[in-house]
Design a protein. Structure first.
Length: 439
């Protein structure tokens, strides 16, 4: 699942429930056949040129382009329920299907799914196509990592952000250098990484899991899309710069670190992909490839590395952000702790969200600025509000408003559609709050 890249917003799909296509070509197709065929040809050319050299498997395979607004999809090959339209195939996805840049299982076949429209920028589009094509073969490689849901919350703290940003700056310096200068800057990145990981016991594994999932995908996208080393380095640096400006790093950091470490590894060891296993760690692999001793967490060494990589600017900006975070948490407290809410239980869900709007609310969980969740009770759409999901992932809560009632399942910036047999019921002891439940 590819995150925002050069202005392209993408959503994360956790699970697709009941993906059964509906037959028929829409009267006014949202995706032009000629444009879709052109995208499919670009993907075929890229994966054909890659020809399995990275992972020992071709990135070519079933691909569909889907319009999240209309649920119209075009496919590069036939599928049950799809209708031929020249050289492509069309179907309408069922209501509630999460449309995302991801991979899905459809009628027993694993498909690459890419949201329509795709980026106008050729490089961004090609990387996206290959990134998502990697996700299609990822399970067969045994390299499925973590989706990042409810994890890496340390990267929304001032300290976590400072040490991550410093690592990103050191990686950029390494990519822009060669020889001894490259190795020195990479050593700084690894020292900063080791120190950050030492501050939170869960950090090393949580970060590694997301890097295994999205870091490897982004690295693959760049490697398959761009044959020239200078173009790959430029794309990796672009990821570092772009993702450093993300409002939150909790779900997006791995796109930057994976791209950077991946390109550094390729420069030192072009065949590194074939030795990746389920316990792969980018930092460990980079240290070995460049013969850098694994750093021992050291505050003094980390502070020195920070000062060499724009530390004063990073610290000043994160101090300012910390004040904004405290104000934001006060707003969240009013929305989710002291104010009336509407809560929906989670059990058999599919979820899409913008990873760049993910925030951490102290010990209460994770807040999503945009969100679509489908579960047994129906569908919740959050477009311009906030939704709180606790660490247990057993419910999702949105703020109630004056308009919210059992007969009007909506609030400021969100709406919900309840399935037959479900209704909103008052929450005892919490005036104004409601909860979705079976009748």
């Amino acid at each position: 699942m590819r995150s925002a890249f050069r202005g392209v917003v993408c959503l994360l799909l956790l699970a697709v429930m009941g993906c059964h296509s509906s037959p028929g070509v829409p009267a006014n197709p949202a995706i032009p056949a000629e444009a879709a065929a052109g995208i499919f040809q670009q993907a075929a050319d890229l994966c054909g040129a890659e020809s399995g050299r990275l992972w020992g498997q071709s990135l070519c395979g079933p691909m569909l382009l889907a319009d999240p607004a209309t649920l119209q999809a075009v496919l590069n090959q036939a599928a049950p329920g799809a209708t031929a339209d020249g050289g492509i195939f069309r179907l309408t996805l069922p209501a509630g299907t999460g449309v995302a840049n991801t991979s899905i299982d459809l009628h027993g076949t694993r498909w690459t799914m890419v949201m329509w429209p795709l980026p106008d920028d050729t490089t961004a589009r090609h990387i996206l196509l290959m990134h998502e094509s990697y996700h299609r073969i990822q399970p067969s490689l045994g390299l499925v990592g973590g989706g990042g849901l409810g994890t890496n919350t340390h990267l929304d703290t001032r300290s976590g952000r400072v040490w991550l940003r410093a690592e990103l700056h050191a990686l950029r310096s390494s990519l822009q250098s060669d020889g001894g200068a490259r190795q020195t800057a990479l050593g700084d990145a690894l020292a900063l990484r080791a120190y950050r990981h030492s501050l939170w016991p869960s950090a090393p594994e949580q970060e590694r899991a997301l890097e295994l999932n999205e870091g490897l995908a982004e690295s693959t996208g760049i490697a398959a899309a761009l044959p020239a080393a200078q173009d790959r380095a430029r794309a990796a640096i672009g990821d570092l710069v772009t993702h450093e400006t993300d409002p939150s790093y909790v779900r997006s950091f791995a796109y930057a670190t994976g791209a950077a470490y991946g390109e550094l590894l390729t420069a030192a060891d072009p065949a590194w992909h074939r030795r990746v296993t389920r316990d792969f760690d980018f930092g460990v692999a980079a240290a070995a490839a460049y013969r850098i001793p694994s750093p021992t967490p050291d505050a003094t060494a980390a502070e020195a590395a920070l000062s060499r990589h724009d530390g004063a600017t990073i610290v000043a900006e994160e101090d300012a952000r910390q004040g904004e975070t405290e104000a934001r948490n006060a707003r969240y407290a009013a929305m989710f702790v002291t104010g009336p809410t509407v809560t929906f239980p989670l059990g058999q869900m599919s979820i899409t969200f913008n990873p760049n709007t993910v925030k951490v609310f102290e010990d209460h969980g994770t807040v999503y600025g945009t969100l679509q969740i489908t579960d047994t009770w129906g569908t919740l759409n959050v477009t311009s509000s906030a939704a709180l999901v606790p660490p247990a992932w057993n419910q999702v809560t949105v703020p109630a408003s004056a308009m919210t009632s059992a007969d009007h399942v909506a609030g400021d910036g969100w709406t919900a559609t309840l399935n037959p047999g479900f209704a909103l019921a008052p929450v005892p002891g919490s005036p104004g709050s409601l909860r979705a439940a079976a009748r």
